[in-house]
Design a protein around this ligand. Structure first.
Ligand SMILES: Cc1cc2nc3c(=O)[nH]c(=O)nc-3n(C[C@H](O)[C@H](O)[C@H](O)COP(=O)(O)OP(=O)(O)OC[C@H]3O[C@@H](n4cnc5c(N)ncnc54)[C@H](O)[C@@H]3O)c2cc1C
Length: 291
């Protein structure tokens, strides 16, 4: 099948992108890497009347350090971020997750912000953004605003953007030195979409106590799910077997996945619990100084 008819714009600067978006609102869609949008248009699941191709906007492509934040622009490809030294040094969780997003050909086109805007509950990058407390910079001709990951991800394939807004930047706080980053997922086939997954980041002190924990699960509900109950259980606690088992059980209890052709809800709950326990054992083994 081929897409329904649409008008195509290819502006070369951000002001024009926002102006076209402002004029066309709900009829328009941003085309970034096209890795999700084009298949959905080909299947006519999405039928935007106006397509705004941002690939000529050179100003949209950057990864830069700004104080305690690494800022990523709306046209930065996943494949660029995967091999970027700033990402490797300051955002090890993102670096660990990126190779799981499709195959290299997808990542050569797909953008970091496009994956976030797509808001797939099985997407790796929404989970990473949630676990790292990323901030989403949202722009329109009316001005700019910021949203947290909790505010940005509304439900499956739905974000908090108004029709005239675009995701203009994602801002990741620099991960503290010595923090332990763990990304893990279970898929039915290599490089396929995950059935479930976990993005986690910990800090552990010299006494083996977890001083800070962040968990975000994929395939756990209608959007990426921050496991706050699990965080509360392990923070300030020694990572002994009892704490790890309790965290795994709380994780399995705290998610509401659904059944589909790939896995049952019960299987997903069990595996999310196991991934949490595995991540905590890794944090315990790494100890202070991390990896
Ligand atoms: C074979 C294959 C395998 C895949 N495997 C995975 C996988 O394992 N994990 C995974 O997470 N994804 C996977 N995907 C999906 C895809 O790779 C990502 O969702 C994709 O990278 C999204 O980025 P993009 O730049 O291609 O976005 P596009 O497809 O261009 O856009 C996606 C959506 O986001 C909107 N959008 C894009 N940028 C912005 C912006 N700056 N502001 C506002 N809205 C915006 C678009 O309008 C559209 O609605 C796969 C895709 C394919 C084809």
């Amino acid at each position: 099948m081929k897409p329904a008819r649409f008008r195509y714009f290819r502006p070369d600067n951000g002001a024009d992108v926002l102006a076209i978006l402002g004029e066309n609102g709900a009829d328009a869609r941003i085309l970034a890497g096209g890795q999700s949008l084009v298949p959905l248009m080909n299947m006519r699941i999405m039928q935007p009347k106006v397509l705004i191709d941002i690939r000529r906007c050179a100003e949209f492509s950057y990864i830069r350090r700004e104080g305690d934040v690494v800022a990523i622009g709306p046209l930065t490809r996943q494949g660029e971020a995967e091999f970027d030294p700033l990402v490797a040094e300051h955002l090890p969780l993102l670096a660990a997750a990126l190779p799981h997003v499709g195959v290299r050909a997808n990542r050569n086109f797909g953008t970091v912000c496009g994956s976030l805007a797509h808001a797939d509950p099985l997407g790796e990058l929404p989970s990473v953004a949630m676990a790292l407390d990323a901030r989403f910079v949202i722009a329109s001709t009316r001005g700019r605003r910021e949203a947290s990951a909790d505010e940005f991800f509304i439900s499956a394939l739905t974000n908090c953007l108004d029709p005239d807004e675009m995701l203009a930047e994602v801002r990741f706080p620099v991960t503290p030195k010595g923090a332990i980053s763990v990304f893990d997922e279970v898929a039915n086939r290599a490089h396929g979409f995950a059935v479930v997954g976990l993005a986690a980041c910990f800090e552990v002190d010299g006494g083996g106590n977890c001083t800070r924990a962040r968990f975000s699960a994929m395939g756990a509900g209608t959007t990426t799910v921050r496991l706050r109950d699990v965080e509360a259980l392990v923070e300030g606690r020694r990572l002994d077997d009892a704490a790890i088992d309790a965290a795994g059980a709380a994780a399995a209890r705290g998610v509401e996945p659904s059944d589909d052709i790939h896995a049952s809800a019960a299987y997903r709950m069990q595996v999310i619990g196991s991934l949490v326990k595995k991540a905590l054992r890794r944090a315990r083994a790494a100890g202070p100084g991390g990896s």
